[in-house]
Design a protein around this ligand. Structure first.
Ligand SMILES: C[S@@+](CC[C@H](N)C(=O)[O-])C[C@H]1O[C@@H](n2cnc3c(N)ncnc32)[C@H](O)[C@@H]1O
Length: 184
């Protein structure tokens, strides 16, 4: 959506690209994926995409913000793709690893399942609705997972790890759902 691009570009314009490393769930589970093509959905500053590129994956890093994509250091294994995930198509059976972190677009669920090659790994972690989730106004509830929603959405894959937890985030305690699954 055009408004998303404006909003995220504004956020990223006033921020230095983060130098932090990959998310813990990526570090912990990426080795389950066969080396090959990886897709980072809503890649943001590219910290996870760059990590995978360094490990030898050929990474498509998709984000709506051209501002943040320009801040990602050039890497021979990384292709930044500026696109709106409301309309973006994921090519079927293309990826040996798909990341979806801190972003939710339910339209993508079937495309994510189809986009994995046989033996491909999905690592998905995003915010969960829950009591005390006052870090998020009611206007953004659509971007929060419901209890068990992530698990049910990917039951056609073999789920290797699933957790719903309340963990400290930068500003507040946040609820998160985390899933790792393989396409058999
Ligand atoms: C909270 S950040 C998460 C970034 C990264 N996945 C991470 O965990 O650090 C959400 C990202 O989603 C991107 N985004 C928001 N709406 C989008 C859309 N419609 N299409 C593509 N990217 C979008 C934003 O630009 C932002 O980089």
């Amino acid at each position: 959506m055009h408004e998303d691009r404006i909003r995220w570009n504004e956020k990223y314009s006033s921020r230095e690209a983060s130098g932090s490393g990959p998310a813990e769930i990526v570090r912990r589970f990426y080795t389950l994926a066969p080396k090959g093509k990886a897709l980072d959905i809503a890649a943001g500053t590219g910290k996870n995409a760059l990590f995978l590129a360094d490990q030898g994956f050929s990474v498509d890093a998709v984000d709506i913000s051209d501002v943040v994509l320009r801040k990602i250091p050039i890497h021979p294994n990384l292709s930044p793709i500026c696109a709106d995930l409301d309309t973006f198509d994921i090519t079927a059976e293309r990826y040996s690893l798909i990341l979806n972190l801190r972003f939710l677009n339910r339209r993508l669920f079937p495309y994510i399942r189809e986009g994995l090659a046989k033996g491909g790994i999905l690592i998905f972690e995003s915010y969960l609705e829950g009591p005390g989730a006052d870090y998020c106004k009611s206007s953004c509830r659509d971007y929060l997972l419901r209890d068990n929603e992530l698990l049910h959405a990917f039951l056609s894959l073999k789920v290797l790890f699933y957790q719903e937890s309340r963990i400290p985030d930068q500003k507040d305690f946040c609820h998160k759902a985390s899933l790792v699954a393989v396409k058999q």
